[in-house]
Ligand binder design. Structure first.
Ligand SMILES: [Fe+2]
Length: 695
């Protein structure tokens, strides 16, 4: 990338919708009359998607008390006091892009910390941001980054960012983070106004963070309907001081998950109350706000505008015809989902390529969200769904070599297979999947890291091993997965697609395949395998999931919502004889099985509980914490990859401590690079604290 010309650089900036700032070979003292006025830049500054010679810079300068400006000066320097300025440019801002500003700074040196700031023509200056370029492709140095997901400013505090900043500021220069990978749910578009839910949400009080001017109220929450509403929710989140400081400290690499558009969103469809409805106009509005508020190298076909998204015109039209990959052929749907392309690959030196995919725009409908799927659930087994049912529903017409059953057995009843004439579930969609596999195959980086917003690791339990008489007989044939409300719907139940990807990795002899994911609001470390016992267990890579920054997890939800007198409650939130409050026994259930959860509740003895482990349940897992929050640090070298889970207490209120509050635990999960034909392995080390239910 070092040989890129100024002309091709400007063409690249134009395609990204950014103003270009070209680095000068000789640094000079700033000539800009900058006075810091953070009140003129209420959403702070940010940078994103660094390459070895360029990075995107971002801010927002709205009209303040009638003081309107139409352009900003941006400076990028090698020092914090701007005596060594290497690039300056003027960038337009306007109401059409909600006064946001994107600049692609190029001609930079690799693996280097830079400082940047914005100034208006009156000298009102933004805060100073810090960013870091990527190493060149042949650089063998260690790469460090954090991956995170799911921050909720409506009901939580962003203490995890404060901890991240605290530790990074105190780390040796060579141990600092290179970037932050945000795997979605940067915002939650669903907002509860405090007066609509006085009881709060689980353990949390609701904050009055936004009022949607054109919002729609559904039940007791509100959702955005137009671009102004989506912009408003981004702004309210960016007013969080911890998030704003993090964006000013590191380059972010952001990918949307579901909540950047809609809770149960797929393509340009929304689903509420079990009913799908077309939402092409909202899909475009969500894409526009993402484009405006996240500095990212996204392709937009709507035109080479420097400063505007230029939304395509669409109408909300019914989507009734789907192709053989489940892609809705309605023209407004296609226009809406193609109005911004989020999947992309970024490179950090010899050791790492990050391949980021979009799990929402092209996916087929999740069968477990279909009303017909309810027939395979039971109040006696909340959350559980037989794994063979999930398998048949996922496979659709391709199940059993193209001979799917007409009915599916559930307990003593036969239920119609509503999926037998539909294609297998896809989360990536055909076009993106082809791109993804090609990137995997062509990458010559030591580690191929798949940034998948949704988890790939199987989440299952063994209700077949429950003692007789505890509840009714388990209606499944063996293991249980989980229904849509609890677990299904990610890459762990897209068996056909996940199998296709893992077979490709195996058949092509691809090593160093690692997945980092979010969405589950829980920490997971394990091996990537398409099948678990009694099927063949053949890992082809390693996989991790990070706990949420702040959004509530399933343990918190179950503490409040799982019926207190339900015989299966101890499997999820059990209380041992010596415990003063419920414990996350769900971790034991997923890692060791139902007998372990029940033993813990009976004796309070974790050793005895682990001794009853079912070895066939989760040979792929080395760690699971359904109650944890925080972030995951990844260190990548030419010989090993290590993910460190930094777990904080439930972030109910903002910590006033400089370190963001105490830690619950810190665990490390390390894999040595395996050779072609070798099986990957993970080693776990608990560095701090005692996550005793998780191992
Ligand atoms: Fe989330």
């Amino acid at each position: 990338m070092a040989t890129i010309t100024r002309r091709s650089f400007i063409e690249m900036a134009v395609a990204l919708g950014a103003t270009a700032a070209w680095g000068q070979p000789t640094a000079a003292r700033s000539k800009v009359d900058w006075h810091e006025r953070r009140d003129f830049y209420p959403e702070g500054v940010a940078s994103g998607d660094p390459e070895s010679d360029s990075v995107l810079l971002w801010t927002r300068r709205p009209p303040i008390n009638g003081n309107v400006v139409s352009k900003l000066t941006v400076e990028i320097a090698e020092d914090e006091s701007f005596r060594q300025v290497v690039g300056t440019a003027e960038a337009p801002i306007s109401e059409a892009s909600d006064w946001t500003c994107r600049v692609l700074a190029g001609g930079l040196k690799p693996s280097k910390v830079y400082w940047y700031r914005f100034t208006d023509l009156h000298g009102n200056g933004s805060r100073v941001g810090r960013t870091i370029t990527a190493p060149t492709d042949d650089d063998t140095r260690t790469v460090r980054f954090v991956f995170i997901s799911c921050q909720n400013a409506n009901d939580g505090a962003q203490n995890a960012y404060r901890r991240m900043i605290f530790e990074d500021e105190r780390a040796a220069e060579e141990d600092r983070l290179g970037f932050v990978l945000h795997l979605g749910d940067f915002i939650y578009e669903i907002v509860w106004y405090p007066e609509d839910r006085p009881q709060g949400m689980y353990d949390r009080r609701l904050r009055d963070i936004v009022r949607y001017e054109h919002g729609e109220k559904i039940g007791d929450f509100h959702i955005p309907t137009v671009v102004g509403d989506y912009r408003a929710i981004y702004r309210s989140y960016l007013h969080d001081p911890d998030l704003q400081d993090a964006r000013a400290r590191w380059p972010f690499v952001c990918m949307w998950d579901n909540h950047e558009f809609s809770w149960i969103g797929w393509q340009s469809m929304q689903q509420f109350g079990g009913v799908n409805r077309p939402a092409q106009t909202r899909r475009v509005a969500a894409n526009q706000a993402f484009f405006e508020y996240q500095p990212a190298r996204l392709y937009k076909p709507s035109g080479p505008s420097l400063d505007q998204f230029d939304p395509p015109r669409v109408v909300d039209a019914p989507i009734t015809h789907f192709d053989e990959h489940g892609l809705g052929q309605e023209p407004n749907n296609l226009t809406a989902i193609h109005s911004l392309r989020g999947y992309r690959a970024l490179r950090w030196g010899r050791n790492m390529e990050l391949i980021i995919t979009d799990q929402r725009s092209y996916r087929s409908e999740d069968p477990t969200y279909r009303a017909e799927a309810k027939a395979f659930t039971s109040d006696d087994f909340p959350g559980f769904m037989p794994q063979e049912v999930l398998d048949i529903l996922d496979g659709g017409s391709a199940y059993n070599g193209g001979h799917p059953p007409a009915t599916i057995k559930y307990g003593s009843t036969e239920i119609a297979n509503f999926r037998k004439d539909q294609p297998p579930t896809t989360i990536l969609g055909a076009e993106q999947k082809a791109w993804f596999l090609e990137r995997l195959q062509k990458s010559n980086a030591t580690w191929k890291i798949w940034g998948d917003t949704v988890a790939t690791l199987d989440m299952r339990a063994d209700p077949q091993n429950l003692p007789a008489g505890l509840t009714s007989a388990w209606p499944g044939a063996g293991y249980a997965g989980f229904d849509a409300s609890t677990g299904a719907g990610d890459h762990s139940t897209a068996y056909v697609e996940r199998g296709e990807i893992y077979d490709f990795v195996r058949d092509q002899g691809i090593t160093g395949f690692a997945t980092v994911a979010g969405d589950r609001h829980s920490f997971w470390a394990g091996l990537a395998a398409k099948g678990l016992p009694p099927k063949t267990f053949e890992p082809v890579g390693i996989a991790f999931v990070t706990g949420s920054i702040s959004a509530p997890g399933i343990v918190e939800a179950f503490e409040h919502g799982f019926p207190k007198d339900h015989p299966l409650r101890p499997l999820f939130v059990g209380q041992g004889p010596g415990d003063s409050r419920p414990q996350p026994t769900m971790n034991l259930l997923l890692r060791h099985g139902a007998r372990s959860s029940l033993e813990y509740v009976k004796s309070g003895d974790i050793q005895k509980a682990r001794a009853l482990s079912n070895p066939d349940l989760s040979p792929h897992l080395s760690f699971v914490d359904m109650g944890g929050h925080g972030y995951a640090v990844v260190r990548v070298t030419s010989i090993a990859l290590e993910a460190e889970f930094v777990c904080i207490p439930r972030p109910i209120e903002r910590s006033d401590r400089p370190d963001g509050g105490p830690l619950l635990y810190r665990s490390r999960h390390r894999a040595h690079l395996w050779r072609k034909g070798e099986t990957p392995r993970l080693e776990t080390q608990i560095v701090e604290g005692d996550p005793k239910f998780s191992i």
